[in-house]
Design a binder for this molecule. Structure first.
Ligand code: ATR
Length: 289
């Protein structure tokens, strides 16, 4: 580990809880690898303390913060400016304290997501996609797919109105994209999955209390030539990915996206340019250990 001295710059993560987060291990590993004089810490911040945490971090001269559950929406109120992605998704996962004193809010989830697809040789341009979920994680993914020119995106959510709201936020971003919303109980979901090139789980079903469950139980709809992605990385593979794999689909868990969105944040804070794809295998091994 590089030594900490009076010039060491501080980065961190705010969320509640943060004790299980992989981000400190991930970021400090890359910081060491690049020989940077930075350290990254996890700060547990309760719901009512978000403003104080952000203002305090600025006062102490931190360079940047990642933001995780449940503060990604709340924190958007306390930044001075927001990137287009943060504005449209309503979700800030990266705060940068600029030299001029401005607090900038950004969302790097969508970039990490697109890079993870690239690593797996999948180009969303012109593709038919189906996304389960309409929360913050789904917003990043759908934004990425819209920006990258997917042909069709079906949002499937338990609460249909939230899916409609998410689709509305994406309106006008890319005229060529056909956005559709279906409830989880829709009788046509099985068929729509079968017709999709990319099927993605952006709900929390499959982890925590729902470990062992899958957002979609059928397996005859999954097929070879299809990519099935679960944003969950613990457990891995999820039941959803097991079913998809049994059906012949190629599968990806959420670890690459976690790594790649983190690297996008680090690039922003440090101004360093590095090839993220080359680091992914090493970081995967380090985080799985
Ligand atoms: P995140 O920021 O991680 O996306 P979120 O915004 O709370 O978290 O979104 C969670 C997503 O998982 C939502 O799409 C939610 O569906 P609802 O909008 O209907 O709440 C979905 N989800 C969570 N538990 C679920 C369950 N048991 N069955 C189906 N969907 C579920």
């Amino acid at each position: 580990m590089a030594k900490i001295d009076s010039s060491t710059k501080v980065l961190g993560l705010i969320g509640d809880p943060v004790s299980g987060s992989l981000s400190p291990r991930l970021q400090n590993r890359v910081i060491d690898r690049l020989g940077l004089n930075y350290r990254y810490f996890a700060f547990p911040v309760a719901e009512g303390d978000v403003k104080e945490a952000v203002v305090g971090a600025k006062g102490l001269g931190l360079k940047g913060l990642n933001v995780t559950v449940p503060h990604k929406k709340t924190v958007a109120e306390y930044v001075d400016s927001k990137s287009r992605a943060a504005r449209i998704t309503g979700s800030v996962n990266t705060i940068t304290f600029a030299e001029e004193g401005e607090i900038e809010g950004d969302n790097t989830d969508w970039k990490g997501f697109l890079k993870s697809l690239e690593l797996h040789g999948f180009d969303p341009r012109g593709k038919r996609c189906l996304v389960f979920g309409a929360g913050g994680a789904a917003a990043g993914v759908v934004y990425g797919l819209v920006r990258r020119g997917a042909r069709r995106i079906v949002i499937v959510n338990r609460t249909e109105s939230k899916g409609v709201e998410l689709a509305r936020k994406m309106e006008g971003l890319s005229p060529g994209v056909d956005l559709d919303v279906r409830p989880l109980t829709g009788s046509d979901i099985e068929k729509r999955i079968e017709r999709s090139d990319l099927v993605l789980n952006a709900t929390s079903v499959g982890m925590g209390a729902t470990e062992g469950e899958a957002i979609w139980e059928g397996k005859s709809c999954f097929r070879s030539g299809q990519l099935v992605y679960d944003l969950i990385y613990n457990p891995s593979p999820t039941e959803f990915l097991k079913l998809a794999g049994d059906g012949g689909a190629e599968t990806i868990d959420g670890l690459d996206m976690l790594i790649l969105q983190g690297l996008e944040s680090l690039k922003k804070w440090t101004g360093e340019e590095f090839e993220s794809g080359e680091l992914v295998d090493e970081l995967r091994r380090c985080l799985r250990a």
